[in-house]
Design a protein around this ligand. Sequence first.
Ligand SMILES: Cc1ncc(COP(=O)(O)O)c(C=O)c1O
Length: 480
Amino acid sequence: MENKGKKKKNPAISKKYLRPRWKFLSQDWRGTLYIEQYSVSELAQKFGTPLYVFVEREIRENLREFKLAFPYARLRPQYAGKINSNIEIMQICRQEGFELDASSVGEIVLGLLSDFSPGQITLTNLYKSEQDILFAAKLGVKAITADSMEELERMARVGKRAGLKIKTFIRINPALKLGNYSTMEHQYGIPYSYAKKAITFAVKNRYLELIGLHFHGAYIENPLVYTAAAQKMLGLAKFAQNLGARIKYIDLGGGFPFDYGSKEFFKPQDMGPKFIEAFEKLLQKHNLPKPFLIFEPGKVITANAGVGLVEVISNKKVGKKNIAVTDGSTYAFLPDPMIYKQYYDILPATKMNKPRTHSYIIAGRSCDSIDKLGVNRYLPKLEEEDLLAIMDCGAYSNVLSSNFNTLRRAPMVLVKMDGSLKLIRRRDRYSEMFAPELDVLKVAAPKEMRELYNFYRVNFAKFWGSGTNAEKKKEDKTST
Ligand SMILES: Cc1ncc(COP(=O)(O)O)c(C=O)c1O
């Protein structure tokens, strides 16, 4: 009777399974996982599965840590919207003083919907059409990053036609080689050997205003890559200055590695101070005024702040292999393991207390045999309706997802700073998934309508063997 009214103390999650980057996790005495104060069972019941759960506190901490990592007053970090372009998440980035790296007109529009001003948005990608350039320039974005000589010329043409002087960054491939890392295979940017030609063209062209130089190296595992890139960029900035240009921005992109699974890499805060020291020395060496320094971090901002919840919907044994089929998928929920062979930690979210005795293949629900969220995962014996938590899936998940198998993409829910829950994206609806095709049928001209209608009818008629012979003949003709 002594214990009456006393709450049982929740056991801590075993250190064996908890990574320091998941500060928001806990569990109750039953072994149910909690994300902040919400049990996964409650979240699954409220929003259904598969489901992405985001923790606002974690995103804000990552943004703040990133800024503090680089002690440089003219730091102007940009969030790489492509890695998770959810409007609410982009708004959090803006509130924390980040600007936006947009990779398409669509992302510019999402940026505006997230209340970024045009002057806080840079458009950087491999190719922009004249229409893209005109749209971004007229809107007044911070800069458009030219990826090739042809693109510089295209931008100049658009500027001339519209009577605009287009604020321009030039993306450079600095031809770096450091150990295993090389930019030589990248298809982006103007090769270093052509850089001076491109800079000369941009400086001399009256419809372009060259204000920045850009570099982005993906999957950088050696922090010295940033210093080596800065060295080349500042050499080119000096060259531009001698031609009369003022390079106000040096943009060194994203590419900071993230510790998926047990792998550990350098953090921005490990390299920031040293990098800034080297950067300032280079500025002095070239006698250059201090430019604004842009980085475009992506996955280090949101990856660990996202947890994917999936439910076991079927248990199978194939030979000796245990297969837990979930309602997630590498197509509609977590494409990274399929595209980049990325490893994600998977926790038995409703059986945290149970010994992990069985090796499992965690399968997605699509028809494809490569749809596996994880293989050889030691987990407790799983049953239908068990929940699994896929950790660190806050970046490159929903943005890469497709509707393959006509699966609906998952909703996203945010655990806000004040502890409330906010749905920040709902589940796809079938009606909107079919809309691109149905719209064509609805809006087509009468002749097209007839053809399209017949096209569908003939196929159905053939399939079901219905219709008169005369009708069939007519339909055969229109179906080709
Ligand atoms: C131009 C550019 N900037 C930033 C990023 C973000 O990269 P990461 O998520 O590796 O930081 C990307 C990713 O593709 C990119 O292409």
